[in-house]
Ligand binder design. Structure first.
Ligand SMILES: Nc1ncnc2c1ncn2[C@@H]1O[C@H](COP(=O)(O)OP(=O)(O)OP(=O)(O)O)[C@@H](O)[C@H]1O
Ligand SMILES: [Mg+2]
Length: 253
C-alpha cells in the first residue's frame, strides 16, 4: 500500500502500527514568519525511516535539520505536508494530542544534556519517565544499566563527565521505552573520548531494535548509520544507504 493511501489516524493514544515505517515525511514543509521575515526552514521534504534503522541527518547550519526533528517529534506541526510516525498521522494533532504523543512515543536527546543539577542521575531519569507514569525506580535503573551507568545512579551531574552526563540524558530519554529516539547533536559538546562512549551507547540501543534519527556534524556517527541524509537550504540533497553500517568500536573520529 502506498503511504499516502494509509488511513489517517488522529488519536494520540493509539498504539500505532508495528509494520508501518517508523517515520514518514510526505512533502513536509515548515515556514517561519511572514512577508520579509519569512524563512523556509524546510521545503517539501520526503523521507521514510524504517523500524530499527539509524538515520543520520547532515547539513550546514540553518539547513533545516532541527526543524525536521521537531516535526517528527511533534514539537511543532508542518506548515504543509504530512508527518506520519509508526503509522499514526500526527500532522494535525492539536497541542494536547502532540503532548501525549511526545511523552509516550519519542525520546529526545539534545546537545546540552540539560540535567537537573540538584538531582542524582537516577532522579533525573525518573523525573521525565514520571510524566508518562513510568518513573518507577526499577525501570529507571534499567535505563541507566542500558547506558552503562548503573554504578553512578546516586551521583549528581557535577560528579559525572560530559559523556556520562549525556548517557544519563540518553537513559532519561529511553526510560519511558519510546520506539523512536531523536538526537540533536548528541556529541556536539563532547570531546573525542567521551563522544565515542555516547556513540557506542547509541549503536547498542539501535542494535536492540530502537529507531534512531540523529542530527550531527560528526562523521563518526554517519559511519555507523544505515542511512545518511544530507540537507541543504531546507531540502534533502542526497541519501546514502548501506546494509553494513560501521561498528562504533572501530570508528575513527
Ligand atoms: N522558531 C523559528 N523562527 C524563525 N526561524 C526559525 C525558527 N527555527 C528555525 N528557524 C530558521 O529555520 C532555518 C532552519 O533552522 P534549523 O534550526 O532547522 O537549522 P539546523 O540545520 O538545525 O542548523 P544548526 O546546525 O545550526 O543547528 C534557519 O534559517 C533558522 O534560522
Ligand atoms: Mg540544529
Amino acid at each position: 500500500m502506498k503511504p499516502s493511501a494509509r488511513p489517517a489516524q488522529t488519536d494520540a493514544s493509539t498504539a500505532g502500527d508495528d509494520a508501518a515505517p517508523a517515520v514518514e515525511l510526505l512533502g513536509a514543509a515548515k515556514t517561519y514568519g511572514t512577508g520579509h521575515a519569512e524563512v523556509h526552514a524546510l521545503r517539501g521534504v520526503d523521507l521514510t525511516v524504517l523500524p530499527g534503522e539509524m538515520v543520520v541527518l547532515l547539513g550546514p547550519s540553518g539547513s533545516g535539520k532541527t526543524t525536521l526533528l521537531n516535526l517528527v517529534g511533534g514539537i511543532e506541526p508542518p506548515t504543509t505536508g504530512r508527518v506520519v510516525v509508526g503509522g499514526r498521522e500526527i500532522t494535525d494533532f492539536d497541542e494536547k494530542a502532540r503532548t501525549t504523543y511526545r511523552r509516550g512515543t519519542v525520546g529526545f536527546v539534545f546537545q546540552f544534556f540539560n540535567l537537573v543539577p540538584t538531582l542524582t542521575a537516577l532522579e533525573n531519569v525518573r523525573l521525565v519517565a514520571e510524566l508518562t507514569g513510568r518513573g518507577d525506580r526499577e525501570r529507571a535503573m534499567h535505563a541507566l544499566e542500558d547506558v552503562g551507568l548503573a554504578d553512578r545512579a546516586d551521583h549528581f551531574p557535577a560528579q559525572l563527565s560530559g559523556g556520562e552526563q549525556q548517557r544519563v540524558a540518553i537513559a532519561r530519554a529511553i526510560a519511558k521505552d519510546p520506539p523512536l529516539l531523536l538526537c540533536d547533536e548528541p556529541t556536539g559538546a563532547l570531546d573525542l573520548e567521551t563522544g565515542l562512549g555516547v556513540l557506542r551507547t547509541l549503536q547498542r540501543l539501535n542494535r536492540a531494535g530502537r529507531t534512531l534519527l540523529v542530527v550531527t556534524h560528526n562523521a563518526a556517527i554517519a559511519a555507523i548509520a544505515h542511512r545518511v541524509v544530507r540537507m541543504r537550504s531546507g531540502e534533502i540533497v542526497t541519501v546514502t544507504t548501506t546494509d553494513t553500517p560501521g561498528d562504533a568500536d572501530e570508528v575513527t573520529w
